[in-house]
Structures are given as C-alpha cells and as structure tokens.
Design a protein around this ligand. Structure first.
Ligand code: WTA
Length: 653
C-alpha cells in the first residue's frame, strides 16, 4: 500500500471527537458552531464586505478605493490605493491606551539571559534602528537580507524595515553561505543584518563568518550590520571598516522617533524564499495591506487572543510561521509574545516545559515533528513542571498523527486545552484551514474547516468535486502571495494554471462527511522534513554538480520523527567507487550548499536509476524500494537487477 492510501486509511478509521470545554467556550471570541457558520456564510457571500470591515479595524493613512481588483487576475490587488504602514499598526496603534506599558516581547536566550520590551520600548527600539537604517542610505523599496538568531533584534529588524518601506528577506540561520549568496543575488539586497553569533545546543553559530563567506561574491551588498549577541564576551568575528557596523554603535544617540512611511497597500512588505518543484528556490512576495489584514484576523480568532495571554510560537522567524505568528499577527493584536533563542533540549529535555512554567505561557504553538520528539523523550520531562497556565495548544507544518495529537492533548494540555491544527503555507501568508478553539469539535489529525473568507475544496486533477483528491482554494484572499520575485510567469504557472481561477497549493486532501479537511501531504516533488520544505529537484541539481556524481534522484519517505526524510539515489561516474566515505562526502556537500537541515537520511548508490522509456525517473518505484526494504548500511548498493525487475513490473502495471 502506498503512503497516501495508508494515510487515507488512518483518516477513515479516526472517529474520536473532542469538544471545547464549557469554560473555554464561554470566554471565546467565537463560541458556538452556529456563530462560526453564520459568520462563515456571511464572509463568503459578501466576501469583499467582510474583508473591508476587518481592514477598517486597523489604521490606514488613506482609505482604499476598492477592496479587490481582479482585472489582472491572478495578479490580484487588495485594498487598492489604500495607504498604511504595518509597523505603525503593530506599534504606534498601541501607544495611546493601556497597552503602552504592556510587555510586547519577552525573550529568553539559551543561556537563560532575559529581556522584556514593552510596547513603548519596542516602539523606541524599532524607531531608533529605522533611523539608523536610513542613515546608512537604506530607502523604501530597497531589499534587506536578515540572517539572525532568535533574538529581539530579529523582530526589531523586521519592524524597522517595514517602518521605512524597505523589503526584508529573512534567511533562516541554518542556511549555508551559498544559500545566502543565492538569495542575495536573486533580490539584489543592499544590506545584511546579522550577528557575531547565536546560541544553539550550547554551541555558538558563527553567523557573521558565514555571511562574510556569502558576500565575497555579492556586489549589491553595501553594508553589513552586526548585532553583538554576547556583550561581555563577543564571539570572534571580523569587522571590515567602512562596510561593517556594530548594531549598538549605529543606534547610539540616534532619535527614537522615526515617522512611519506612508506605504501603498500593494507595496512589497517582504520576500521569503521557499522550495518548489524546480531547482531554484522562489522568492515569495507578500505585500502590506492584505497580509496585515489577514494575519491580524487569523491570529485573533485562531489563537482566541485575550489581553492577558502570553503567547509562544516555537517556530523560527526565518520561516513564514515566525513572520506571521511571532511578529506581525500577535503585535497587530497588541499581544504579549514570548520568544526563545535556543534548542528545546538544552541544557536538558525539560527546557520548554520549564519556560512554560517560568513565564506562565498560556498559548503554545509548535510543530508535529517537535511533538513526536517530546513524546520520545518521555512524559517525565513535562510532568516535572507546572503547565497549568496553558489554555490553548496549536500545531503547524504537517498533518499531526492521531497518536501525537492524543499525547499533546493529554500530557501537555491535561485534556483541557483545545488543539488548533492549522493548515497553511508560505504562499498563503496566514492560516487557511483550522479549528476555532472555542467552537470547532476536534478530530485528531484533521485541520477541520476553512477560516472566514476562505473557500476550500477537494477536487480531482480535472477540477471536479471529489472526496479524496487535491486541495484547491477557489477565491482570492488578502494574505495570498502576490508573485514570485522576478518571475511572474512562474507564479502563474505554479499556482494558477492547474484549474481556471483556483489556487493550487500542491497538497493532497480528503473531505469527510462532516466537511472536515484532512491534509494528506504534498503531491508534488516537495518533501516536508521536520516541517522544512525541501524541493527534491533542488537537491538533485546540487548532487550532480559534484564531480563524482553522474545522476541523482531524491525522494521523500515516511519517517517516525521527522514526518518525512530524504533518500538520495546516486549513480556515480564510471570508475568512481561507492564507499561510506563518499556517502559522507556527498552529505556534507548538501550541508555546504543548502544547510545541514537538508542533508538526506541515506544515500543509496545505484548503477542506474530506473526510468520510463521517455527517460523520466520512476520516483514511485524508488519510494517503494526505499520504504519497503531494510537498507542496512548507509551505502547500500541497490541491486540493479532488482531495480530492473521492479521497473519491468511497474511498466507492465
Ligand atoms: C504542510 C508552513 C498538514 C503542507 C506554514 C503545506 C500542513 C506545507 C499543515 C507548507 C497542517 C502545513 N497539516 N500539512 N496543519 N501545515 N502543512 O510553506 O504540505 O513551510 O503545503 O508553511 O506544509 O509549508 P510552509
């Protein structure tokens, strides 16, 4: 049975249902299914009226002329000619009221150091840094690459760029120099913001050194700003006179007031590179007005935010989850956000639970892959701590297996916290399919129902309604991506060409009799490893750049902890011997070219790769081989005869 059929079977056999407690329901923003259904119907029927009323809850310097312009579809425009600033909406909007002296950001470093910034303090920090950026000559429309660990300056950098209209492009701090270089080249960034280092599992990530390596070949970069992560004992790094600047020196004596630029609703807010089905990562474009409206509303309802909540999302700001649900969404709502720098198992496996106890975290949003690791580490770790402050749990990144869901529900949530399983993507900007915690009856493993204003369907390849098939979104929504940087054709082709007027996210899905959505995973050549999206085509093209490799095929198979893992099938050039050392060398090669998180679990050397007559690699066959056999040592040489036989059989089927 293939992986997809197995998943469908699990889905069909899952019929447990969990309703929110009366006490949770009583205080929730949306507290009954009748309320959800009636607001949902309204949001679809009068879609533009609905979004208009939500956008009106935020501050605009000038109101839009129309809510949606579909003339150039799929190049949709939202809140046309509206003028606003998202940094203003995250900060200035909260300065007049009681929120002014409320904690906006509470941060803990891996070593246990702490920092709290109230809304007023965060406002000042962001303004000061925004002025410093201007002093360096950064102007609206300029691209700024950000390569920082999870420290407050990362959030400050996003908000400072947004304040002056510069477009940020955050690069997750696990990417290699070469990945940074490619991203800088693609968007011609003028500036990189980095730090001397960051802490991870007790070690220092030498970020500035990695950036130095990257920018050797980046003529667009005029400046590098370096945050000194460790003030008492700076990590060794080189500061090049004239080009590199210490962050703390740059902001020293600079005014803490910087007027927010009046930005057009459709001006770019940020680029975020993500993997797709071709060799090159794509720079997903998000613009200001729609993204702001969408992250504001989804955060409020999905996390049922209340003024007294302490909200913690464990994602890294280097990914979309951190952009939308650590920085923008929560701050637009005036929430208190908790942020942690380091590893969950440092100094021991109780670190996250200790944080929940220490800071009385009330909302906790993490990924299924992390939950499975916590399960493996054992109940004793969470059981040592008082987790009674928690009232709501969430997951994102992949489907959660019902077993992990139940563990999360019982051991972390003590059977009293609803779990919001949120389906969405870098491209969607915000959460699209999700329970609302005060009303939706939960089924372990299902992302349940579409959010307000979102029309989701399960359709066949031909676009016809079906029970198990492909997920499609049939209406534009404000948080949607606006394009791929420098490649509008690829945008049209990737997302809007499968069916007329429907967005194609690339996920398989099933809809059950209650209308609940069950996401079955990617149907394209993107593999989800521990919640990281990795394009197999990208890895394949990197493998063949290696001088000893003739051909490669990379596939994803199920993995107990990571959700999926990568297997690289490699055929070597004549006279090159397959050895364990070569397998390690090829793994390091991927680490160097992309980042260690993208290294395949196994490398399998094979004389030939099985192909169809037209020369297409038969990935399904490779997946079967990789999943169905115990492969023993890392360098198992796939028996070409077996592959050949399977190939023949496959072609006959
Ligand atoms: C997968 C992360 C099932 C899906 C926000 C999607 C999920 C891809 C879920 C996007 C979920 C995300 N259930 N699958 N709750 N959430 N996915 O761009 O395959 O890093 O297409 O965005 O993750 O990954 P991305």
């Amino acid at each position: 049975m293939d992986q997809k059929s197995k998943k469908i079977e699990t889905v069909l056999s899952e019929n447990r249902m969990f309703k929110p407690s009366e006490s949770f329901q009583a205080k929730a923003h949306i507290s009954s299914m009748q309320e959800y259904e009636s607001l949902y119907k309204k949001s679809i029927k009068d879609n533009l009226g609905f979004w208009e009323s939500i956008a009106s809850e935020l501050t605009w310097f000038k109101k839009w002329d129309s809510v949606l312009d579909e003339n150039q579809a799929p190049f949709y425009k939202w809140f046309v000619n509206g003028k606003t600033n998202i940094s203003y909406n995250c900060l200035d909007r909260h300065l007049d009221d009681a929120t002014r002296n409320k904690a906006a950001l509470i941060w803990e470093g891996e070593l246990g150091d702490q920092r709290t910034l109230t809304y007023n303090q965060l406002f000042r920090e962001v303004n000061r840094f925004a002025n410093a950026l201007k002093n360096l000559g950064i102007q609206r429309g300029d691209r700024v690459a950000i390569y920082l660990p999870m420290i407050p300056e990362l959030a400050i950098s996003l908000l400072a760029c947004a304040r002056i209209g510069a477009i940020h492009s955050v690069i997750f701090a696990g990417f290699s120099s070469e990945s940074i270089r490619d991203r800088i080249h693609d968007c011609e960034a003028k500036l990189v913001i980095t730090s001397d280092g960051g802490w991870r599992k007790g070690n220092i990530l030498p970020l500035k050194n990695i950036v130095d390596e990257a920018v050797k070949d980046c003529p667009s970069i005029k400046h590098i700003i370096v945050v000194k992560r460790s003030h008492s004992d700076p990590f060794p790094c080189h500061i090049k006179e004239g080009r590199d600047h210490w962050y703390h020196r740059l902001i020293d004596g600079v005014s803490g007031e910087c007027q927010a630029e009046e930005m057009d609703s459709e001006d770019m807010l940020f680029l975020l590179y993500t993997s797709g089905t071709t060799g090159k990562p794509k720079g997903v474009i998000h613009t200001i007005g729609g993204y702001m409206t969408y992250t504001y509303l989804t955060t409020k309802y999905v996390f049922d935010l209340k003024p007294e909540d302490i909200y913690w999302c464990t994602a890294d700001i280097g990914w979309i989850t951190g952009h939308s649900y650590i920085v923008y969404g929560p701050l637009l709502n005036g929430a208190t956000v908790f942020m942690y720098e380091g590893a969950p198992n440092y100094p021991d496996k109780g670190r996250l639970w200790k944080i929940i106890e220490d800071y009385s975290i009330s909302i906790f949003y993490t990924a299924p892959t992390a939950i499975r690791a916590f399960m493996k580490w054992g109940d004793n770790w969470p059981n040592k701590y008082n987790l009674s402050s928690l009232r709501l749990l969430g997951t994102v990144g992949e489907s959660i297996n019902p077993e992990a869901w139940m563990w999360y529900h019982q051991i972390i949530g003590k059977e009293k916290c609803p779990i919001v399983d949120t389906w969405w993507q870098t491209e969607t900007g915000g959460i699209m399919i999700t329970p609302l915690p005060g009303c939706t009856p939960l089924k372990p493993g299902s992302a349940t129902l579409p959010f307000f204003g979102i029309e989701a369907e399960v359709v066949s390849e031909e676009g016809k309604d079906t029970e198990a098939g492909i997920l499609a979104i049939s209406k534009p929504w404000p948080g949607m991506l606006r394009g791929i940087y420098g490649d509008s054709e690829r945008y049209k082709e990737t997302y809007w060409s499968k069916w007329p007027n429907k967005y194609f996210p690339g996920d398989g899905a099933k809809k059950d009799k209650d209308g609940y959505f069950w996401i079955l995973g990617r149907i394209d050549d993107v593999v989800n490893v521990s919640g990281h999206r990795i394009g197999t085509a990208e890895l394949e093209s990197i493998f063949v750049e290696h001088k000893k490799v003739a051909e490669s095929a990379v596939i994803g198979i199920d993995h107990d902890l990571k959700g999926q893992c990568l297997i690289g099938f490699i055929s070597l050039k004549d006279s090159v011997k397959a050895t364990d050392d070569l397998a390690s060398e090829l793994k390091d090669w991927i680490g160097k070219k992309i980042g260690r998180f993208a290294i395949p679990e196994k490398i399998i050397f094979s004389q030939d790769l099985p192909k169809t007559r037209s020369g297409k690699i038969m990935r399904r066959l490779l997946r079967d081989i990789a999943s169905g056999r115990t492969l023993g040592s890392v360098t198992t040489l796939a028996d070409a005869g077996v592959v050949e036989q399977l190939k023949v059989k496959y072609e006959e089927d």
